[in-house]
Design a protein around this ligand. Sequence first.
Ligand SMILES: [Zn+2]
Length: 130
Amino acid sequence: MINYAKAPDVEQIAKHIINVLNLKNIDPERVSFYRSTGSRARRVQARIHGLGRIWFDALKIQPLYVVEVISEEFDKLEPPEKEKVIIHELMHIPSGFSGGFVPHKGKINRRSVEAMHKSYSEASRRISST
Ligand SMILES: [Zn+2]
């Protein structure tokens, strides 16, 4: 049985990343952050959930996303690794915030995540030193 709880700590990191990297395509008010426990998935640290676009029309709501971190895998990571996991999930959100996903293929991989994390680390250092 999987349990879900709001993850304000993850939300805080994600919002900082969104701000610092100025990710204008992401509406932070429409991304929720959850921590799950009891998942059988091993070596999965996080995932992003959405709905098919037809649901947003049927439910008369704006697109939204849910980022879930898997406690057993995510919580043991060092802070920079947690940031990379969150960056990876945020990279799945497309430029139009349409409710769909950016696929891994050619776009989201170790290298692109590392590059984005490097920009994030440098920019947050610049911000905190001013
Ligand atoms: Zn992914």
